[in-house]
Design a protein around this ligand. Structure first.
Ligand SMILES: [Zn+2]
Length: 467
């Protein structure tokens, strides 16, 4: 007998246009799979989750987060990109021991999961030894979230423009060992530097490695000045664009480069909060849509901006609507006649488009029967959600992690009644604080490193000039 779970009586937003929404509706799960969605489902012997006064949606997908940085959350909330290069990559990154990587990844992945992110692409680019890699992986496996582990090399690889090869043997080791299958909850992708941050020779080696191992690539492009050198045109010339490539940011890529991406079937991940803070350029949302690419959303630098996608959805929609109205004004109109980017668009970016950017859209991203049961139940009985007049609008503009009541990943209940199941919260917090304290102690004041909110490191260019 399969194990059955019936999520009953909620406002069900399936994010599957063929199915539509149900208010009220039920979701029936058998073992790891969604088997039926609709009103008044009958299911004998099911565990019932009462979803009255709740929204029921597919789990959210964050397609790019440097999760290890969670130990230093908000330390960079007032930093520029140049401060970040000195403070994080130049000062703190190299001090991580494997146990620090573990504690950072553990609290960072659990933070994401707790906020309704059931799938996280952990863009792990501080893997300084194989022991760091194993520790990072231990934490994401322990979290219970669905994770695409993006192997991004170590901190020494991130001195642009680098001719250091990616630690390919470490990636091969994972593919031959713990991450051999694409059917598991934790899977592998390559997170290389690409031709903005490494030489073209290294970039070609990295693309060949992903090809050899049969894994996807997630890579930063178009973030600030580096993106103006036509990196995508260079890749297109060499036939290196394709549907297994996700381009992160895209802000300063030229319009014709966005069309090259679309023609090749590439996906995109945008991180509006950090892009606007760090001067990457305006979020490429509208230009990507014009080129025919529906972006996914991501957190990126979790030591600067917040770690939940509710904030990202709002940054995305607010910026793009501002743009659209400004363009209308430039055309001589008072404002747009109708809103161009809708709340439902942004919800899709945070769910099905995220799944697509992880190569998982046949498995997750909507509440479609046959897909894996990654489901979130969000309370809609708070003052801020009541009366519920527009469920998708309320989700995008008014929801927050504190309203995420129940979460299923792969059919398993991992959060119930507002609390993560089976997680020793005190231990996770203690490990994070101990690691943070230990790294700051070992930094020994280098570059002024301290916590408390008043550390503004010297800009990277100034440090480089001093050296
Ligand atoms: Zn990033």
């Amino acid at each position: 007998m399969p194990h059955r779970t019936l999520i009953k009586g909620g406002t069900v937003i399936t994010v599957d246009p063929a199915l539509g929404d149900f208010a009220p509706g039920d979701v029936l799960v058998e073992d790891a799979t969604i088997v039926e969605v609709g009103p008044e489902l009958a299911a004998a012997n099911a565990d019932v989750i009462d979803a009255h006064d709740c929204l029921v949606l597919p789990g959210l997908v964050d397609t790019h987060r440097h999760t290890w940085q969670a130990l230093f959350r908000n330390i960079g909330s007032d930093w520029t990109l140049a401060h970040y290069f000195t403070g994080l990559h130049g000062t703190l990154s190299g001090l991580y021991r494997p146990e620090d990587t573990y504690s950072g990844n553990l609290i960072g992945t659990l933070e994401a999961l707790d906020s309704g992110i059931t799938t996280l692409l952990d863009w792990s680019h501080n893997l300084n030894t194989p022991e760091h890699t194993d520790a990072a992986l231990d934490a994401v496996v322990e979290s219970g979230a669905r994770v695409v582990f993006g192997h991004g090399g170590g901190h020494r690889h991130w001195q642009p423009v680098s001719a250091l090869p990616h630690p390919a043997d470490d990636v091969r080791r994972l593919r031959e060992g713990r991450l051999a299958t694409d059917d598991a909850l934790v899977t592998l992708c390559l997170a290389p530097r690409g031709n903005q941050f490494a030489t073209m020779e290294v970039t070609e080696q990295d693309w060949a490695l992903a090809d050899e191992l049969g894994i996807r690539i997630s890579c930063h492009f178009g973030d600030g000045e580096w993106g103006r050198g036509r990196p995508i045109a260079q890749l297109a010339e060499k036939g290196m664009l394709g549907p297994t490539l996700t381009l992160v940011h895209c802000n300063t890529l030229a319009d014709d480069e966005l069309r090259m991406m679309a023609d090749a079937g590439c996906t995109a991940s945008i991180s509006p909060d950090i892009e606007m803070q760090m001067g990457h350029g305006w979020p490429a949302t509208g230009r990507l849509l014009d080129a025919g690419i529906r972006p996914s959303l991501s957190i990126d630098v979790c030591c600067s901006n917040g770690g939940h996608l509710f904030g990202t959805m709002r940054a995305t929609i607010g910026t793009e609507r501002g743009f659209d109205n400004e363009q209308a004004r430039e055309r001589g109109e008072a404002s747009v006649a109708e809103i161009e980017l809708t709340c439902r668009d942004v919800l899709e970016f945070a769910t099905i488009e995220g799944a697509r950017a992880c190569g998982l859209d046949r498995k997750i991203g909507s509440l479609t029967p046959g897909k894996r049961a990654d489901v979130i139940v969000v309370r809609a009985d708070s003052f801020g959600m009541t009366p519920l007049n527009n469920p998708v609008g309320a989700f995008v503009y008014n929801a927050h992690p504190g309203l995420v009541d129940t979460i299923l990943v792969d059919g398993k209940v991992v959060k119930r009644d507002g609390k993560l199941v089976g997680v020793d919260q005190a231990r996770v917090r203690r490990l994070a604080v101990e690691s943070r304290d230990d790294i700051i102690r070992r930094a020994d004041g280098k570059a002024g490193a301290r916590i408390g909110g008043d550390w503004i490191p010297k800009a990277y260019e100034a440090v480089a000039a001093d050296a």
